[in-house]
Design a protein around this ligand. Structure first.
Ligand code: HEC
Ligand code: HEC
Ligand code: HEC
Ligand code: HEC
Length: 124
C-alpha cells in the first residue's frame, strides 16, 4: 500500500499536478536519436520532447533538482551489461515499476508505445 501511494505521488508530481520547478534549459525541439555508446542489440530509439511537452522535465530528468546540468541519462546509467540496478542503462528506459522510465510511464498511463518495435528501429 505504502509503495503504491508513493508511486501515485510520483506520477502526480511528474504530471505536474503540483507546482513544479522550472528548468533554465529549453527542451530540444528536434528529435533525439538514442543509442548506447557501444554495440547495441536493438535498433536506435527516436525520442521527441514535443510528444512529452505536458510532463514535468524532472519526471524524466530526475536529478536536475540537485544539478540542472544532469540531463544525460548515460552519465549515471552507464552500465551497458546489467539489466537491473541503478547504474543499468537498460533499466533506466524499461524499469516496469518506475514512472521515470519510458516503458514504466507508458504502462502506468496506458499511453505511448510499449512494444519493442514501436520504439526501436529495425536493427541495421
Ligand atoms: C519523457 C521524458 C523527458 C521529459 C519530460 C523531458 N526530457 Fe529532456 N531528455 C529526455 C531524454 C531521454 C534525453 C536524452 C538524454 C541522453 O541523451 O542521455 C533528453 C535530453 C534533453 C536535453 C539535451 C541534453 C544534451 O546535452 O543532449 C535537454 C537540454 C533537455 N532534455 C531538456 C529538457 C527540458 C527543459 C524539459 C522540460 C521542459 C525536458 N527535457 C523534459 C527525456 C525527457
Ligand atoms: C546524476 C545521475 C543520474 C542521472 C543524470 C540520471 N539518473 Fe536515473 N537514477 C540515478 C540514481 C542514483 C538512481 C537510483 C535511485 C535514485 O537515487 O533516484 C536512478 C534511478 C532511476 C530509475 C529507477 C530505476 C528502478 O529500478 O526503479 C529510472 C527509471 C531512471 N533513473 C531513469 C533515468 C533517465 C531516463 C534519465 C535521463 C533522462 C536518468 N535516469 C538520469 C542517477 C541518475
Ligand atoms: C512520465 C511519462 C513518460 C515517460 C517517462 C516517457 N513517455 Fe513517451 N509518452 C508519454 C505519453 C503520455 C505519451 C502520449 C503522448 C501523446 O500521444 O500525446 C507518450 C508518447 C510517446 C511516443 C509516441 C509519440 C511519438 O513521439 O512518436 C513515443 C515514441 C515515446 N513516447 C517514446 C518515449 C521514450 C523513448 C521515452 C524514454 C526516453 C519516453 N517516451 C518516456 C509519457 C511518457
Ligand atoms: C518506450 C520505448 C521503448 C520500448 C517500448 C522498448 N525500449 Fe528498449 N530502449 C529504449 C531506449 C530509449 C533505450 C536506450 C537507447 C538505446 O540503447 O537504443 C533502449 C535500450 C534497449 C537495450 C539496450 C541497448 C541495446 O540495443 O542492446 C535493449 C537490450 C533493449 N532496449 C531491448 C528492448 C526490448 C527487447 C524491448 C521490448 C520487450 C524494448 N527494448 C522496448 C526504449 C524502449
Amino acid at each position: 500500500m505504502k509503495r503504491l501511494s508513493l508511486y501515485i505521488l510520483t506520477l502526480a508530481l511528474i504530471l505536474g499536478l503540483f507546482p513544479g520547478r522550472a528548468l533554465a534549459a529549453e527542451a530540444p525541439s528536434k528529435e533525439l536519436v538514442l543509442r548506447p555508446a557501444q554495440a547495441a542489440t536493438q535498433g536506435s530509439v527516436t525520442f521527441r520532447h514535443a510528444s512529452h511537452a505536458k510532463l514535468e522535465c524532472a519526471g524524466c530528468h530526475h536529478k536536475i533538482a540537485e544539478n540542472p546540468k544532469d540531463l544525460k541519462c548515460g552519465g549515471c546509467h552507464s552500465d551497458l551489461k546489467e539489466k537491473k540496478g541503478e547504474k543499468s542503462w537498460y533499466n533506466a528506459f524499461h524499469a516496469a515499476g518506475s514512472a521515470h522510465s519510458c516503458v514504466g510511464c507508458h504502462k502506468a498511463l496506458k499511453q505511448g508505445p510499449t512494444a519493442c518495435n514501436k520504439c526501436h528501429a529495425p536493427k541495421k
